[in-house]
Design a protein around this ligand. Structure first.
Ligand code: FDA
Length: 512
């Protein structure tokens, strides 16, 4: 479909009967709404393409009409839930022209504690979900991420993991039903969409199969008291290389009630020769009491030297506040704040299957020392536990048995049109680190997490079609052997590739 100024007018006309939820650049609120959920300020610059229209639906029929009008007038749709996409694909498109459907008005969370389920509208954040659960029970929880402003629309479409990963797996492992609007504007539930499509929307990536309007979650039981700790170790005082090295061997010995992350950054401090330190933070939650945790740590990872005074017992919901850096015994209202507080960044991910030698870690430290203090960060997440027992094909997310840990690499950029050279330097730096890590990361394919979207892995052609071979370059990294099934489902439910973005799964006939 050709688009022109006239067809833009026709498109607006098509939407005109719900003008109260339509914002064009002429509206004074357009800019405020656009900027309200930009999770990565790298895409908040003058030169980034802006939507022709933002639609903030108040009911499902607004979305249905937006889909019909967009199809008719050749508009691209970008659906936004929490706006935390690493590459900004929920509010920008390099395939012009486009509209943003921002779901923030549709975010009701309804928890039924009696059968441990919840219906959650797709514009809700995970903070709102946690809050809703805590209002009803302190021993029910949901396995999802650490940052409360992440939206359930994107998070559950790609994975969703947090501090109960080794006991309960991913968010998408606990989704038991969903409501989705398909390309024909029909509202489908699990029954009417069928098991193939229901499988695909739980992990096959957002903005690909339709617009999810609500998820039904099966909540998990947690004990009344959990134990948390965050202990810092600095390379000037401790041998952090050895600690991280030993941590890799301890992972498989940890019980599944124990989830563990390691944050690594270049510290502020330096030694007398001016060599700056590498700082690590060992961050963990145990679904149980400190008396059980301490002997287990002594047995599996004595090198950390964990002490009783490092540990705090609290409720699961308090641990959510704790891990995001809020006062853990403060008000839960902070979970309702939808604003993200991240700087501009570029992120990447890897999966590691074998412990890396000490020399490999030292190579990372050397590279981190090239970047200004606190500008680069690595986040290691221990796998194992229940992740080893869920089959690779049970959802599109394939990184299960055999994964030792996941790495997230991040570097802070300037996110300013006038500081492009510096941003280029930092994005090149992270690409070089990623190349260095090829020797240690998973192979054939080298796995990546779709929720840490990385356009360096490849993109769909901005105009025309994309071949299976081209899309499988990134598709197999994100989805492994599940990629082919995702392509089959896509071909069946959206053969014209209406729902797409720079990295969505394309339908088959596109490469015939
Ligand atoms: P956003 O609204 O940007 O959507 C992401 C993608 O999904 C886009 O393609 C969008 O179009 C699509 N989409 C959104 N709503 C949709 C809907 N209703 N129907 C169809 N498609 C839809 N991950 C993790 O597993 N654990 C963690 O702890 C964290 N922590 C974290 C912190 C911070 C600060 C950031 C920026 C990100 C994370 N993440 C994470 C990654 C996060 O899971 C990932 O970015 C999610 O896709 C974000 O979902 P949002 O809805 O916020 O994003």
């Amino acid at each position: 479909v050709k688009t022109s100024a006239n067809s833009h007018e026709d498109f607006l006309q098509c939407l005109s009967h719900f003008s109260e939820v339509i914002y064009t650049p002429k509206n004074s609120s357009y800019s405020t709404i656009l900027h309200s959920a930009i999770g990565n300020p790298r895409f908040n610059t003058r030169t980034v393409p802006k939507p022709l229209v933002i639609i903030t639906p108040r009911n499902v029929s607004h979305i249905q009409t937006a889909i019909t009008c967009s199809e008719k007038h050749g508009m691209q749709i970008r659906v936004r839930s929490g706006g935390h996409d690493y590459e900004g694909l929920s509010y920008l498109s390099w395939m012009l022209p486009f509209v943003v459907i921002d779901l923030f008005n549709l975010r009701t969370v309804t928890v039924d504690a009696s059968d441990s389920t919840a219906w959650v509208e797709a514009g809700a954040t995970i903070g709102e979900v946690y809050y809703g659960i805590a209002e009803k029970s302190r021993t029910l929880a949901f396995p999802a991420g650490l940052c409360p402003s992440v939206g359930v629309g994107g998070h559950f479409s790609g994975g969703g993991y947090g501090m109960t990963l080794r006991k309960h797996g991913l968010s998408l492992d606990h989704i038991v039903d969903a409501h989705l609007i398909d390309v024909n504007g029909r509202i489908l539930d699990r029954n009417s969409m069928g098991e193939d499509l229901f499988w695909a929307i739980r992990g096959g990536g957002g903005n690909t199969f339709g617009v999810v309007i609500a998820w039904k979650l099966s909540l998990v039981q947690v004990p009344p008291s959990v134990t948390v700790f965050e202990v810092a170790r600095n390379s000037l005082e401790q041998n952090v290389t050895r600690l991280v090295h030993r941590w890799q061997y301890a992972i498989s010995k940890f019980p599944r009630e124990f989830s563990f992350k390691v944050y690594i950054a270049r510290a502020n401090s330096s030694d007398q020769q001016g060599k700056t330190a590498i700082e690590t933070k060992f961050s963990s939650m145990f679904l149980g009491e400190v008396d059980k945790l301490l002997p287990m740590m002594q047995k599996t990872f004595p090198e950390l030297g964990l002490m009783r005074e490092d540990c705090i017992e609290m409720t699961w919901i308090e641990s959510v506040l704790y891990f995001y850096g809020f006062p853990w015994n403060g008000s839960l209202d902070v979970l309702l704040n939808r604003t993200s507080r991240l700087p501009s960044f570029k992120g990447k991910s890897d999966y590691v299957k074998q412990p890396m030698p000490e020399i490999a870690w030292e190579g990372i430290w050397r590279r981190m020392n090239l970047v200004d203090v606190r500008r680069s960060q690595l986040q290691l997440t221990a796998y194992g536990g229940i992740m080893n027992e869920i089959s690779e094909s049970s959802t599109p997310f394939p990184h299960r048995a055999g994964t030792l840990f996941q790495i997230q690499y991040a570097v802070v950029c300037n996110g300013d049109d006038d500081l492009k050279a510096s941003d280029q330097w930092h994005t090149n730096w992270i690409r070089k680190l990623y190349s260095y890590m090829a020797a240690y990361a998973s192979k054939n394919p080298r796995g990546a997490y779709v929720n840490y979207r990385d356009l360096d892995l490849g993109v769909n052609n901005l105009h025309g079609t994309t071949s299976y071979r081209q899309a499988s370059i990134w598709g197999k990294k994100y989805f492994g052997n599940n990629f082919d099934r995702l392509v089959r489902v896509k071909t069946e439910v959206d053969p014209t590739n209406f729902f797409r973005n720079e990295q969505s799964v394309p339908p088959y006939h596109q490469y015939l």
